[in-house]
Design a protein around this ligand. Structure first.
Ligand SMILES: Nc1ncnc2c1ncn2[C@@H]1O[C@H](COP(=O)(O)OP(=O)(O)OP(=O)(O)O)[C@@H](O)[C@H]1O
Length: 267
């Protein structure tokens, strides 16, 4: 008899939740993604990094079908994206939007819109109303449930958008720069919320400019440049732009007006 002390090959973590192979995409007839390979496995927290315009948002938007992929393959939970219908399993927090988009709405109404995918014909049952309340509670905004989203700060908006994504109790969370325009205190709150989700086994793909307070959560960093993957591996260790591989660097003895020395991945 043999005793198997190795983890089973079928451990949930090996299951790809997102899989992109050779993905190309064009926007305005300009190639923006030029052969992206990216796999995110169940339970992983993967940060997508890169300079402005390197294709991070386009990559996540292609995953959720907002940008049509030209060539290449995209799979979600092992199903080709064009056949994937189970969108309630995916929570998405877009980049730099306000929760209301100019439409008067309460926090509950905005968060409830994220639950629609779990309802039958848009009818909210008790379990759905509870899920909405729970999502607001998770982001610490339950006491503001009936307030208008117009009255929120940038960090609070972001929390509501995360609650909207959490309302469907997704297995995969995709967040596009969740920390952008968010004050430090709210960043800590957002990091705490994400930590709870990760502890529950939620898979996370997030676009970041720098790791910041999320650094301890990140399993892997994928760095893009000009629509290509430049690095896929351990996240950079320290916090801040200077810690990221490849920040632009002007040598102290360089002549005035000299071009920055491009040191690597993020330039
Ligand atoms: N709708 C569009 N039409 C044409 N080009 C676009 C469109 N959206 C984005 N682009 C271009 O595609 C490239 C990649 O944009 P994308 O938003 O994916 O980059 P990013 O890495 O997320 O940048 P940032 O960090 O500034 O958000 C950029 O050059 C951008 O100008």
């Amino acid at each position: 008899m043999t005793t198997n002390t190795e983890p089973a090959l079928s451990t949930p973590r090996t299951e790809p939740v997102i899989s992109l192979r050779g993905v190309h995409a064009e926007l305005g007839s300009r190639p923006v993604l030029r052969g992206i390979d990216l796999t995110v496995r169940r339970g992983e927290v993967v940060a997508l990094l890169g300079a402005n315009g390197s294709g991070k948002s386009t990559t996540v938007r292609s995953v959720i079908g907002q940008v049509p992929a030209g060539t290449g393959e995209i799979e979600l939970f092992g199903t080709p994206q064009r056949r994937f219908r189970d969108w309630a399993r995916v929570g998405y927090v877009p980049q730099r939007t306000t929760a209301a988009g100019g439409v008067p709405a309460t926090l509950t109404e905005v968060v409830a819109s994220g639950r629609l995918s779990r309802t039958r014909f848009g009818v909210f049952r008790k379990a759905d109303r509870e899920a909405v309340r729970r999502a607001l509670d998770l982001v610490g905004m339950a006491d503001r449930a009936k307030d208008s989203v117009d009255a929120l700060s940038g960090g609070q908006h972001q929390r509501v958008l995360i609650a909207r994504a959490l309302a469907a109790e997704p297995e995969l969370l995709i967040l596009d720069e969740p920390m952008a325009g968010v004050d430090l205190a709210s960043q800590e709150v957002l990091a705490q919320i994400l930590r709870q989700q990760v502890d529950r086994g939620t898979t996370v793909l997030l676009v970041l400019h720098e790791l910041g307070p999320l650094e301890p959560l990140i399993d892997r960093a994928v760095v893009l440049r000009d629509g290509c993957v430049m690095h896929d591996g351990p996240p950079p260790k320290a916090v801040g732009q200077h810690a990221l591989p490849g920040h632009d660097h002007v040598h102290p003895h360089a002549p005035a007006g000299a071009e920055p020395i491009r040191t690597g991945l993020l330039s």
